[in-house]
Ligand binder design. Structure first.
Ligand code: NAD
Length: 271
């Protein structure tokens, strides 16, 4: 698996498996499937309520801890209580540390995300999270956070797919060596991305599927991705994206699809 280096010196597998909306009762089975397919990076969150299932799959897998990369996230109602929140997540996951812990949303009405960030800095110092980062921090939130931060976030996990690429935010992140994790990498299936000529053309040319082309576009732009599926076949399909390369023209045609096409909540309106 291709690894990318974070600004704190740690590495992360560039492709992982996301478990948003994976039924807690089925999570152990689905994550076990993903680990058998070969995924070693799992992205969960306290609010997904499936950390226990992720933990059971990890324990049952027998895979050495240092070969796994596990991310979880601090929910919005715990910005003043991150120390206890991370301990609860660790207990559910059955781990003594996560590889990456994120402030899930800035939650601007509460206006406590800087306090939450300082708590994450302490959590990292205590070794409960190897790396720390943020999620859904649009440019104006990063601009508020960075002058206050002792630790620059290692990643910013944001909605990003061909119709919605958040250039202002990705440019500011790049200037601070903050890696972009693209959530909803396939647009959450909410628009016919996989039927567009810009995607199906390269798919036919390379003998790959449209989803593989979209994931490849992300990887070649340097994004970290963790597409979600409950189907083992699609897990394997999404994992099999390292044996071809999109040309510069193919990449540019997909990048030109940008149209401000957000498919989920805007951080300004989400507490
Ligand atoms: P996604 O873009 O990964 O889309 C998932 C949808 O695509 C599912 O409906 C699935 O059936 C379909 N799909 C998956 N593989 C396919 C394939 N090969 N062919 C056709 N369709 C396919 O959206 P997502 O789940 O929202 O995002 C991925 C992960 O990002 C999540 O599981 C979660 O870990 C993370 N996430 C984070 C946030 C955040 O606020 N930080 C928000 C949403 C998601």
């Amino acid at each position: 698996m291709q690894q990318v280096r974070l600004n704190d010196g740690n590495t992360i597998p560039q492709l992982g498996f996301g478990v948003f909306k994976v039924d807690p009762a089925k999570t152990e089975r689905i994550v076990s499937d993903a680990l058998q397919v070969g995924y070693r990076h799992i992205d969960t969150a306290a609010i997904y309520r499936n950390e226990e299932g992720v933990g059971k799959a990890i324990a049952a897998s027998g895979i050495p801890r240092d070969e796994l990369f596990i991310t979880t996230k601090l929910w919005n109602d715990r910005h003043g209580d991150a120390d206890r929140a991370v301990e609860e997540s660790l207990e559910k996951l059955g781990l003594d540390r996560v590889d990456l812990y994120l402030v899930h949303w800035p939650a601007p009405k509460q206006n406590r995300f800087i306090e939450a960030w300082h708590a994450l800095e302490g959590i990292r110092e205590r070794g409960l999270a190897t790396s720390i980062g943020v999620s859904n921090f649009a440019k104006h939130y990063l601009e508020r956070l960075l002058p206050e931060a002792s630790t620059v976030p290692a990643v910013n996990q944001i909605e990003l797919h061909p119709y919605y690429q958040q250039r202002e935010t990705t440019e500011l992140a790049a200037a601070h060596n903050i890696r972009i994790e693209a959530w909803g990498p396939l647009g959450q299936g909410k628009y016919p991305l996989l039927e567009l000529d810009e995607i199906t053309g390269p798919a036919a040319a390379h003998g790959k599927t449209p989803a593989q082309v979209v994931l490849r576009w992300h990887l070649q732009l340097g994004h970290i991705v963790f597409p979600k599926t409950v189907s083992r076949e699609r897990m394997a399909e999404n994992f099999n994206v390292f044996d071809f390369e999109l040309s510069d023209d193919e990449l540019a045609a997909i990048t030109a699809l940008e149209r401000g096409g957000r498919v989920s909540e805007h951080p300004d309106d989400f507490d």
